[in-house]
Design a protein around this ligand. Structure first.
Ligand code: UDX
Length: 432
């Protein structure tokens, strides 16, 4: 199949690379000329395990190429994927101007029948609007179908998720594009759900909101566990063995962040409001999430008595492990709150330090430290803010020697309490 992907951001680039690896011919289009030039020279603008190899192999084989020309992409492909950003508006709604702009551009260059696939996360009814826009701007001449095919990639595992999806959702308004969509996904051997476009769009928002709900549920439980001396990890372990519940996405901690969950949750609440439904359950999910961070800061403040002039070591800046992404990162929010309260920070992240500097400038308040084991030196407390597995290898003997006071607050329940305490630390996790 010949495919073009408009928007070479996170989703578009990983999708393009995986489609090419699966044997399709892919043209990735982006309006950012410098990004396209970087990709043409073999550069990779994001950190994602496994991506670089795919880009190298498939550009070398000629199955994957990059351009700034939408016209070139549309002319040379049977299927056009839209993977442009859908950022939040101030009211929590979704800015669809990039999608609308691409729809108009596509309308201007359609020559024969094409399938236009929306991969970006969008409100329900967007596929209908995209179809209307293409029809209107091509003055009714274009022959096309619009398909909704939401992505479910997790950052840090995007290549794996794309190559081994739990399911592929294909939303259509007619049978005509179904065979081509099945052909694109055939190499991935995943269950395929063919449904209407509105349901497909809702599956995405409903899934992410439900996952966020699971996390907030675990965080709410962590409060009850702390108040009773129970261990939230044991509680969710017991719950998760019930297949109806499942054991994933039940880790209590500093709450969820990133470029998807907070945005999608606000969008889904707003969309429901516009449709006349007050989705209070999801508002509470948001509330629990922000409250979790406030509680954690209060806990640290109460342990240290006064935060002003305290030196805090922070391990982790990315919004989760395996990524350099710091957008809406709970770790960055934590750092900002600690600085506001007068603390100074020594921070480290295995991948995200460069990107973090834009949100958390390097100055007399924040020192970026090159090695994990150098962070604790002179600190009054050490906080684990991101679930990078390597933090479990922290040299506790050295940390105990070099810290001003040996206190660890584990915002991701990553360390084993007995081991940390046996090294002479005061240890606090979340809900255990
Ligand atoms: C998410 C969805 O998982 C993915 O399907 C969708 O396409 C995009 O949004 P991503 O944003 O990459 O993916 O992150 P994810 O791995 O889902 O984690 C989101 C946040 O939740 C992180 O901040 C993580 O630390 C937090 N989290 C996750 C928890 O606090 N507890 C958990 O149990 C799981």
């Amino acid at each position: 199949m010949t495919i073009s992907i408009i928007g070479t951001g996170y989703v578009g680039l990983v999708t393009g690379a995986c489609f090419a690896e699966a044997g399709h011919t892919v043209i990735c289009v982006d309006c950012d000329a410098s990004k396209v030039a970087t990709l043409q020279k073999g550069g990779v603008p994001i950190y994602e395990p496994g991506l670089e190899e795919l880009l190298v192999r498939n550009t070398a084989s000629g199955r994957l190429r990059f351009t700034t020309s939408t016209e070139e992409g549309v002319a040379n492909s049977q299927v056009i994927f839209i993977a442009v950003p859908t950022p939040s508006l101030a009211d929590g709604g979704v800015d669809l101007s990039f999608i609308e702009g691409v729809a108009r551009e596509i309308a201007g260059c359609l020559t024969g029948y094409r399938i236009v696939v929306d991969k970006s996360t969008v409100p329900v009814k967007t596929a209908e609007k995209v179809a209307e826009t293409i029809k209107r701007y091509s003055k009714g001449k274009a022959d096309f179908d619009v398909v909704s095919n939401p992505e479910f990639l997790r950052e840090g595992f995007a290549v794996e998720d794309l190559q081994h999806p739990d399911r592929v959702v294909i939303g259509v308004s007619s049978e005509r594009p179904v065979a081509a969509m099945r052909e694109i996904y055939a190499p991935f051997q995943a269950p395929i759900i063919v449904t209407d476009t509105n349901s497909a769009e809702l599956i995405k928002h409903a899934s992410n909101s439900f996952l966020a709900l699971k996390i907030s549920y675990a965080n709410a439980l962590s409060i009850v566990c702390e108040a009773t001396g129970a261990n939230v990890q044991e509680v969710v372990r017991g719950m998760g063995m019930d297949e109806r519940i499942g054991n994933r996405f039940l880790n209590a901690g500093l709450g969820f962040g990133g470029s998807c969950f907070p945005k999608d949750l606000s969008a889904f609440i707003r969309i429901s409001e516009e449709l006349g439904y007050d989705f209070r359950l999801l508002k509470e999910v948001q509330h629990i999430n922000s409250d979790q961070m406030a509680r954690f800061v209060r806990k640290l403040a109460s342990i240290l008595w006064v935060l002003k002039y305290k030196r805090i070591g922070v391990l982790g800046l990315a919004f989760k492990q395996n990524t350099d992404d710091v957008r809406m990162s709970p770790a960055i929010e934590l750092c900002q709150r600690l600085i506001q309260q007068g603390a100074t920070l020594r921070v480290y992240d295995p991948q995200a330090m460069e990107k973090a500097k834009a949100l958390l400038p390097e100055n007399d308040k924040t020192t970026y430290v090159a090695h994990m084991d150098d962070v604790p030196a002179g600190c009054d407390a050490l906080v684990i803010a991101t679930e990078w597995p390597q933090f479990t290898k922290l040299d506790l003997v050295r940390a105990r020697e070099e810290m001003r006071t040996p206190i660890i607050l584990d915002g991701r329940n990553l360390l084993e309490r007995p081991s940390v305490e046996s090294h002479g630390f005061l240890y606090h996790g979340v809900g255990r």
